[in-house]
Ligand binder design. Structure first.
Ligand code: NAD
Ligand code: UDP
Length: 319
């Protein structure tokens, strides 16, 4: 297949490029580098199957030649209010990538009779009041809350994707991605894993927000990409959760990172960031992925951390 991947210079987009090229497909990357980095794609320079366009997906997209699949991954994604790369500080770009970018990429898919995949998110469930989250749970999102620019853009994007499927017959997929980590994450984006791993490797205490009782489930990137590729090759049009169902508190997560890295500095508790409506619990129900895609994560947290540490050391100048 000849596959257009938007957000190709980002964390997930760059891993997706690698995987689809390794599977023998041709990949056209597209990105405007608002949060992604050229270094994430540097190793693909000169690859015969890879080409790249620097372009903002909020503007009309023209791709010469045939396109068999469009995978729309372009969007700021970090919820950290302090990060210049987080969606709090890129609110309009975030809404445009989710709304106009989804419209434009669906238009490319329709024009080329190509498959389409939307990278959606667990954030569409908001601060969920059912647990774990199944795909038929409609979510608990405040449309004017601080996270709304991201959550509502993705909810709109899902609705538009289903509209193109139902009205125009476009062959669409929606993946709802839960917290994922691995090499090429931005060390400075302020999410829990990059903060904790960086702090641990520098021998500093890990900054746990609140009392650390809020929960998350962390999926290693290779597991996530495998689920996404299986979904691409499936016939499923309704949303599918892809993430790791092993739930742990943020404090437990921090302690695991200290143990794996041998960091003796412990943790420090900082004022609760949940004033920004930090979801209290999050855990995917992956029954649909298990039954439709025969997929579940295989890489344990310890194993995933060992695979991620060399990248962090290299970025920190410790390797
Ligand atoms: P990332 O910031 O590393 O990658 C996003 C990429 O999109 C960046 O390279 C950025 O420059 C590009 N981009 C943003 N707006 C653009 C625009 N208007 N035009 C062109 N390019 C644009 O983030 P990521 O973690 O790789 O996330 C990728 C996708 O997966 C996003 O859609 C995100 O919402 C979704 N997602 C990620 C996670 C996660 O845990 N990483 C969880 C849920 C959903
Ligand atoms: N968190 C933390 N310390 C940090 C960064 C994050 O305790 O240095 C917490 C954060 O409050 C949240 C969880 O870790 O409860 C996951 O946050 P992240 O920013 O990774 O993404 P989210 O799951 O909120 O989208």
């Amino acid at each position: 297949m000849r596959i257009l991947i938007t957000g190709a210079a980002g964390f997930l987009g760059s891993h997706l490029c690698d995987r689809l090229l390794a599977d023998g497909h041709e990949v056209i990357g597209m990105d405007n580098f608002v949060t992604g980095r050229p270094e994430n794609l540097a190793h693909l320079a000169g690859h015969p199957g890879f080409s790249f366009y620097r372009h903002d997906v909020s503007n009309f997209i023209f791709v010469p030649g045939k396109v068999d699949a469009v995978m729309h991954f372009a969007s700021p994604a970090s919820p950290n209010p302090q990060s210049p790369y987080g969606y709090f500080n890129l609110p309009i770009q975030t809404m445009k990538a989710g709304a106009l970018g989804t419209h434009n990429t669906l238009g490319v898919a329709r024009a080329h009779r190509a498959k389409f995949m939307l990278a959606s998110t667990s954030e569409i469930y908001g601060d969920p009041n059912v647990h774990p989250q199944r795909e038929d749970y409609p979510g608990n999102v405040d449309p004017v809350g601080p996270r709304a620019v991201y959550d509502e853009a993705k909810r709109f994007a899902e609705a538009l994707t289903m509209a193109y499927h139902r009205y125009h017959g476009v062959d669409t997929r929606i993946v709802r991605i839960f917290n994922t980590y691995g090499p090429r994450m931005d060390l400075e984006d302020g999410r829990a894993l990059p903060n904790f791993l960086k702090q641990a490797l520098l021998g500093q205490p890990l900054t746990v927000y609140g009392d650390g009782s809020q929960t998350r489930s962390f999926c290693y990137v290779d597991d996530l990409i495998e689920g996404i590729v299986r979904l691409l090759h499936s016939d499923e049009h309704l949303p599918v959760n892809i993430g790791n169902p092993i739930e742990m508190s943020v404090l437990e997560f921090a302690e695991t990172i200290n143990r794996v890295t041998g960091n003796q500095a412990g943790v420090t508790f900082l004022p609760d960031k949940r004033s920004a409506r930090d979801p209290q619990r999050r855990q995917p129900d992956i029954s649909r992925a298990r039954s439709i895609l025969n997929w579940e994560p295989r890489i344990s947290l310890e194993e995933g951390l060992y695979k991620t540490i060399p990248y962090f050391k290299q970025q920190l100048g410790l390797a």
